[in-house]
Design a binder for this molecule. Structure first.
Ligand code: M6R
Length: 631
């Protein structure tokens, strides 16, 4: 979490009354990175042999307003930070940058310093007065300490980088750290471990960002920093070393403009835009992978057919929405491929001593490709000798880079914190993988499998049909702004969809919501049903799953008997559901395993509409961040 930006260029002037280029570049980078955290924002510039800081709790707009009322001097160098709070509340004092070395050193940090408590004690005993509750200020104080002791012994431009290397050797945890010092005008020193950082290469100016969106407006040339590396950046030089000081070469790459340039495109929110992009996003996931005859070809996956043919078990690791996509893949893989599948929340996986070996395929699902919990699960799986396949949206992100192979979803940039098109495309990729494995291993009912493959190709058009019902869902949401709790139930693949629907409502509308398997209702949760309690029911297909459909009809009656209000998602033509539910939202009929591509959509629209009706921030809900890069 947290977004980080750095700029080293030329000072220019502020005579026009406009902020200098350093300030403008940093603020623009922070605007694009705000999805990574928005509890506070701050920046520091170097000018006139002094460090100048502005920082403010709350959204970036607060910082921009502060910079307008308290302008900064013309500067050649600037660093900026947008925070997702870990240690310490979102206050001005806890906002980055943090100062040390008599306010001559400014530091910003993303990650968690796990040994911050003993370090803080040691530094406090040495006389450092801490002004914040953050672990990040400890990194600033330690860097100042190391800098002071090195300055006593040597001179030269490398002192700050040497101090950074020494500091990194003492820190435990994950971090990206950027530092500027008044002794070194024109220089930014940065380091990274288990937390992202990329360098942008300009003409007479260079950039740093948590990801390329931090500088995409200014350059398309970038260098990826590896694990445990330190970079010294000036307007015309980029020097990278490892933590021992040995020079290393970074990997150059061209920035994919499409992946970084996101606009709302006329929609009221990024989420609305992304919901409506879903037919096209799913089409892109399918693109070139599904033949007219239903044959699936996944191209060069990075995990060979020979390996896939020999696997005995699959473990899917993911978090949040991505884990629900994984649960849907489990149903498809077990039915079509007859391979046992476990789905683990990535943060639980490696701590339960899982049984994985060279014949276990571990599938890591992640939109961002940077989720720390999932990355750690990937590393653990590979240490155990398991082949790892990533299902990822972000090309070149850490998780696909560290996996043996990758199936990209090609959903395009997802900016809203709440996942929508990421979910549908992850489900699509999981279905493609299941079909591919079934065809490769000759398992499952060939007629059912080829029918499902052909039907999958038609799902984008059906998603479009569901989107056409938006107005009705908006009206329903507008009638429910006073709801304090909403339950979601489903069976089979409807169960993960119910959990996804509940997650969307919690994160966007701040309404307590729970999603569970409807068979569980009678084992406890039915106690929650009282007069008027809203229950959203994902009804199994009447034609595709008649047995489950019949059981769901009984469940609906049990809810109605206790005064509950049933809002059902059912196939067009499902008259039985219409006879019992208070409200029925219809979706086109589909094969049961493909239905989540349709049933998830009204739940996304519902959560967004309810949040909108309550006047909440749909794209940046409270307490959250898009990319969860801490464990
Ligand atoms: O980037 P990832 O797919 O790895 O993110 C995993 C979760 O943090 C994410 O799916 C989260 O639950 C959603 N954004 C919620 O809508």
């Amino acid at each position: 979490m947290c977004g980080i930006v750095g700029y080293a260029g030329t000072a220019g002037s502020v005579e026009t009354g406009l902020p200098s280029r350093a300030v403008r570049v940093v603020l623009e980078g922070l605007r694009r990175l705000e999805y990574r955290g928005y509890d506070s924002a701050g920046l520091a510039v170097l000018a006139g042999k002094r460090v100048h800081v502005r920082k403010k709790a709350g959204r970036l707009a607060n910082l921009s307003a502060l910079v307008e009322t308290e302008p900064l001097p013309a500067a050649a160098v600037g660093i900026g930070h947008t925070r997702w709070a870990t240690h310490g509340a979102p206050t001005d004092a806890n906002a980055h940058p943090h100062l040390a070395d008599d306010d001559r050193l400014a530091v910003i940090h993303n990650g968690i310093i796990e040994n911050y408590a003993p370090l803080r004690n040691r530094l406090a005993m040495g006389g450092h007065e801490f002004l914040s509750e953050t672990d990040s200020e400890v990194a600033a104080a330690l860097l100042a300490d190391n800098y002071r002791s090195l300055v006593g012994n040597r001179t030269g431009g490398d002192t700050l980088a040497a101090a950074m290397r020494r500091t990194c050797a003492e820190l435990e945890g994950s971090f990206t750290i950027l530092a500027v010092h008044a002794d070194h005008p024109g220089l930014i020193v940065a380091a990274r471990r288990d937390s992202p950082l990329v360098v942008g290469l300009g003409d007479g100016e260079n950039f740093l960002g948590s990801d390329v969106s931090g500088f995409v407006d200014f350059t398309r040339r970038a260098v990826e920093l590896g694990q445990d590396q330190v970079v010294s950046l000036t307007a015309d030089d980029v020097t990278i070393t490892d933590f021992r000081g040995v020079p290393v070469a970074g990997r150059d790459f061209a920035v994919d403009w499409e992946a970084a340039a996101a606009t709302k495109d006329g929609h009221a929110s990024f989420m609305a835009k992304e919901i409506h992009e879903q037919p096209e996003a799913v089409r892109r996931t399918l693109g070139g992978r599904l033949g007219a005859d239903g044959a699936v070809s996944l191209g060069d996956l990075g995990v060979t057919d020979e390996v896939l043919a020999g696997i005995r078990k699959i473990v899917i690791v993911a978090c949040g929405t991505a884990s629900y996509a994984g649960q849907i893949a489990k149903y498809a893989i077990e039915r079509w491929c007859r391979i046992p599948v476990e789905v683990d929340l990535a943060h639980e996986f490696r701590y339960r001593s899982p049984l994985v070996d060279g014949r276990t395929l571990v599938v890591a699902i992640s939109q961002s490709g940077e989720t720390m919990d999932t990355l750690m699960a990937v590393r653990y799986a590979r240490e155990q000798g398991a082949p790892v396949l990533a299902i990822c949206n972000t090309v070149g992100a850490t998780i696909p880079r560290e996996s043996d192979g990758v199936l990209y979803t090609h959903a395009g940039p997802e900016v809203a914190v709440a996942s929508t098109k990421a979910f549908l495309t992850q489900v699509t990729a999981g279905l493609l993988l299941a079909l591919h494995l079934a065809q490769l291993r000759g398992t499952g009912d060939p007629t059912e499998i080829s029918a499902a493959a052909r039907e999958l190709a038609g799902m984008p058009a059906k998603i479009q049909t569901v989107l056409a019902g938006e107005a009705r869902i908006e009206a329903l949401a507008a009638s429910m702004t006073d709801a304090t709790a909403v339950l979601f139930i489903g069976r089979h693949v409807g169960h993960p969809v119910a959990m996804e629907g509940a997650l969307k409502l919690k994160e966007l509308a701040y309404i307590h919501a729970e999603g569970f398997a409807s068979g569980e209702l009678k084992h406890g949760p039915i106690a929650l049903i009282e007069a008027g309690q809203a229950v959203i029911v994902i009804v199994p297909s009447l034609t595709g799953s008649p047995v489950l459909h019949a059981k769901m009809m009984s469940t609906i009656q049990e809810i109605k008997a206790r005064g509950g209000r049933v809002i059902a998602l059912a196939d067009e033509g499902d008259a039985a559901t219409g006879g019992w539910a208070d409200t029925v939202l219809t979706i086109p009929a589909s094969a049961p395993l493909l239905a989540p591509l349709l049933t998830a959509v009204p739940l996304q629209l519902f959560a967004a509409a309810l949040a909108g009706a309550k006047g909440l921030d749909i794209d940046q809900p409270r307490n959250l961040a898009k990319s969860v890069t801490v464990e």
